[in-house]
Design a protein around this ligand. Structure first.
Ligand SMILES: Cc1ncc(COP(=O)(O)O)c(C=O)c1O
Length: 352
């Protein structure tokens, strides 16, 4: 779809079918019809044994290309797997002994544990508050690993300041943008490694994750998950040696969970057709309308975290799905949400 004629959000709205106000995309996103229908059709083919399987694998390539376009890199620099943690596990296991990692103290464990699990080799992880991350990068920092958007609080990191500090000290940058890509414009080429699971803001099934790798970093990551799919030509890589891996980031792939990828490709193509800038404007406007109703200052995030006594019970009673993290209400706003959802949530929380 041409970027000069993007698909309007209003025109795309029929793609989603939330049963009431769904404010929990930070937990999982809702599938658009294009993704749902593609999966149902593949599942029917599977049940009936009606087709061969190769085209299910081709969905991984379509999704890789769409993801690359969303974050502004070449598809050859994108690896795929089922989870963020396994992709970061490859990166962490490839770091030299004694590598010093810096990370936010409230970050998601799939960002922290892959590095912490390398402690037996002397890899250390220093934790600081997210807002202090850029200033904490120093000559004793080899890697800065952080979420672009914190999953618990919705806080958007000062991504550019962290990147600049890392560059100034020669540190590798590893960004988890799972809570951002889909609504937050991100230029992945500016970082050494960017990982993202697609089941939240990219509205895909669970089981599809991406990792962009800056070309000069690729040789330094051991393809420890390689099998036939990571071969230079997967379909002539079924049997026997020698080792013959792809020379692109696909050498880091793990073999695809077919049906999840069948759903992921159309979901990503829909995000591309609408455009991340438009989704960003829509999501943040709804989040800020909601913040305003709660008496909070506007922010730059699609995720609102607030201390609202009894929020969970009140929202539940109104049939509204949100989440609670660290004792605070977490409401996430995405492309299928409307101003009506904001008003319904405010009615439930602060209405008479
Ligand atoms: C920031 C972030 N990264 C990654 C994930 C998913 O991690 P994994 O793919 O290892 O299950 C989540 C899920 O909550 C998340 O919030």
């Amino acid at each position: 779809m041409s970027t000069t004629h993007p698909l309007e959000i209003a025109a795309a709205r029929g793609q989603w079918h939330p049963q009431g106000a769904y404010l929990n995309t930070a937990s999982y996103g809702l599938p658009p019809d294009c993704a749902w229908d593609a999966m149902q059709s593949a599942l029917e083919d599977w049940r009936g044994g009606r087709t061969s399987w190769e085209h299910w694998g081709d969905s991984t390539e379509g999704a890789r290309a769409a993801f690359a376009a969303i974050v502004g890199v070449e598809p050859e620099t994108v690896a795929t797997a089922a989870t963020v943690s396994e992709l970061l596990g490859l990166v962490a296991a490839s770091l030299p002994d004694g590598t010093r990692v810096l990370a936010p103290d409230i970050d998601f464990t799939s960002v922290l544990f892959p590095f912490m699990a390398q402690a037996h080799r002397g890899v250390t992880v220093r934790l600081v508050a997210p807002a202090e991350l850029a200033d904490a990068v120093d000559g004793a920092t080899d890697v800065v690993a952080f979420s672009a958007v914190q999953m618990a609080t919705g806080e958007v990191c000062d991504i550019e300041a962290i990147r600049a500090a890392a560059e100034a000290h020669g540190a590798m940058t590893v960004v988890d943008a799972t809570q951002g890509i889909g609504w937050l414009p991100l230029d992945a080429a500016r970082f050494d490694v960017v990982v993202c699971h697609a089941y939240k803001w990219l509205m895909s099934p669970r089981g599809t994750a991406f990792m962009t790798v800056r070309p000069e970093r690729l040789a330094g990551i051991v393809p420890a998950a390689a099998g036939w799919w990571a071969g230079d030509d997967p379909h002539t890589s079924y049997i026997g040696g020698p080792l013959r891996l792809a020379d692109t980031a696909r050498r880091l792939d793990s073999s695809p969970a077919w049906f999840s990828w069948v759903g992921t490709q159309p979901a990503l193509e829909l995000v591309l057709a609408i455009g991340v800038e438009a989704i960003h404007a829509h999501d943040v406007a709804l989040a800020n309308r909601f913040r305003d109703g709660l008496g909070l200052e506007p922010s730059d995030s699609a995720i609102v975290s607030a201390e609202v006594p009894g929020a969970r019970e009140r929202l539940e009673a109104a049939g509204i799905v949100a989440a609670e993290r660290d004792g605070r209400m977490r409401a996430s706003w995405h492309v299928y949400n409307t101003e009506g959802d904001v008003d319904a949530a405010l009615d439930a929380l602060v209405g008479a």
